[in-house]
Design a protein around this ligand. Structure first.
Ligand code: HEM
Length: 492
């Protein structure tokens, strides 16, 4: 009866209005925030804050308006953003267990499937991170194997730079080749020639995926995966590139299955294959699919991040030649020219260490870290964050925090030097994040950055292409990198 009356009263326009009102009411009820939830810009019905940029500069601006803890919503997906040294430390370090889980990020879930190390949770994550850590330590500290692998790669890298004969060239793929080889030496016990075509294809596919995952369109996939799954766009390239990468890793692993000697494990893959035979705990994830994703986690995170940091390092040296000279003078004084740098030199190279740290601070390679999730109902800065809410710790805001750094926006190695010119650590140095989800490769990266940087500066003087101005405005993908550029590497 009422329906008949309504049908008589409403025309098409009227029905459209009713439909929209209903949609908004359902949206409001469905996405209602719990009491005392962190504030944020007003979300549009249904789509939420999809028109708000996801870059760290927008995040900084929002923090100025809404404070160090605020929220955004894309579609129905809510994320709480945490900014500034004090609050990020409170969330990741003081409340150690509150934000240790990973949420499902649709763009990556299709590839990583919630297994491996970087995007897994619970006991699988605990076991696999510990296992990989122990392996990195076994081949690193004490054993010296890792240092030797890196030194060997320094040699190949210097040779490749020398071949350019001081002419301008883009160092991106050469640096990625070197950093990929370091991680491949740990994982697969081998390196690849820089000219190896398959190797170069993998590096290109990875670099493209890293850039594309940061685009606004790829982020839209995260808000509406069901819809975008069928549409063309960068998310499709991200997925197909990761598939190419995974196929390559599977191929390397299967070679190991064929030619390994169980009594003499050569590398991470051999040790993992041995564990697959022993392990009875299915949840721990000692199986082939998980091995592929674990190696992807390390190869992915361990190549681009270190190479991009090295690109920033050389970029800053070209931009500030007087600092480059100071680094070279220190290296000449402590090491000389007759041998490659080694780890025992590090404590003596104060200024060089300060330059590397300042590069990581201002280079700010992973500005928003990886997304995390509240593992339990939590209170932060007086706000209530329910279990399961995605959170992003804005590492960039820590590395630029005015209360922690004397000149936050200026490249200034003095940040890491005391009054006697000795290297000093800083509390707000968070490029590897902090707490339970801290980067697995922190120690390896620090060793690698030191040996690569000191070896290059020992052998070359870097300068920009004459007439080219070096802008400090970087390019944001999943990582933050210097703008595309060429360098001239003049042998010393
Ligand atoms: C300069 C180089 C690097 C930087 C700046 C960097 C930075 C980061 C950051 C910010 C995170 C996110 C931590 C979080 O969620 O709070 C992370 C995680 C991770 N990184 Fe790195 N990383 C670097 C090198 C490496 C290397 C060489 C490896 C190879 C072993 C690696 C493997 C990982 C893994 C597996 C995770 C996930 C850890 C977890 O979920 O528990 N990273 N890294």
């Amino acid at each position: 009866m009422i329906l008949n009356l309504l049908l008589d009263l409403l025309d098409l326009k009227g029905w459209l209005v009713v439909f929209c009102v209903l949609l908004i009411v359902v949206d409001i009820v469905k996405n209602k925030d719990p009491p005392n939830y962190p504030p944020g810009p007003w979300p549009l019905p249904v789509v939420g804050n999809v028109f708000t940029g996801v870059d760290f500069k927008t995040m900084d601006k929002l923090a100025e308006v809404y404070g160090d803890v605020y929220s955004l919503r894309w579609g129905s997906e809510k994320t709480v953003f945490i900014s500034g040294y004090k609050m990020v430390k409170e969330a990741l370090v003081t409340q150690l267990d509150s934000f240790a889980d990973r949420p499902i990020v649709p763009l990556f879930h299709k590839v990583f499937k919630g297994i491996g190390i970087a995007l897994s949770n619970g006991s699988m994550w605990k076991v696999q991170k510990k296992f990989a850590n122990a392996h990195l330590r076994h081949f690193g500290e004490g054993k010296k194997t890792l240092e030797l692998h890196i030194q060997q790669e320094c040699h190949y890298l210097c040779e490749a730079f020398k071949e350019e004969q001081g002419e301008p060239f883009d160092p991106q793929y050469t640096l990625c080749s070197a950093t990929a080889n370091v991680i491949y030496s740990v994982v697969f016990g081998r390196r690849f020639e820089y000219s190896d075509e398959q190797f170069q294809n993998i590096l290109r596919a990875d670099a493209e995926a890293v850039i594309l995952s940061g685009t606004a369109q790829a982020q839209l996939y995260n808000a509406f995966p069901g819809l975008f799954h069928y549409l063309p766009g960068p998310h499709q390239t991200v997925h197909s590139n990761y598939q190419i990468f995974k196929d390559f890793l599977r191929q390397q692993i299967l070679k190991h299955v064929e030619d390994r000697d169980p009594s003499d494990p050569r590398d991470y893959v051999d040790v993992f294959l041995g564990e697959m035979e022993k392990s009875t705990n299915e949840e721990a994830g000692f199986n082939l699919e998980n091995l592929i994703v674990c190696t992807l986690d390390m190869a992915e995170a361990g190549t681009e991040t270190v190479a991009t940091t090295m690109r920033w390092a050389l970029y800053f040296m070209m931009k500030y030649p007087e600092m480059q000279q100071k680094v070279q003078a220190e290296i000449d004084n402590v090491i000389g020219q007759s041998r490659f740098p080694n780890m025992t030199d590090r404590p003596k190279l104060h200024y060089t260490e300060a330059v590397i740290h300042e590069t990581q601070r201002l280079g700010n390679v992973v500005p928003l870290g990886f997304p995390k999730m509240a593992s339990k109902d939590t209170t932060l800065a007086g706000y209530f964050i329910p279990k399961g809410t995605a959170i992003t710790a804005n590492l960039s805001s820590v590395l630029h925090d005015k209360s922690q750094w004397e000149t936050p926006d200026v490249f200034n190695p003095e940040h890491f030097l005391d009054s006697e010119g000795h290297f000093r650590r800083r509390d707000a140095f968070f490029p590897f994040s902090a707490g339970k989800r801290v980067c697995l490769g922190e120690q390896l990266s620090r060793m690698e950055l030191f040996l690569l940087f000191a070896s290059l500066l020992q052998r070359f003087t870097f300068s920009a292409v004459p007439g080219v101005e070096l802008s400090l405005e970087g390019v944001l993908g999943f990582t933050y990198s210097p703008p595309p550029h060429k360098i001239c590497a003049k042998p010393r």
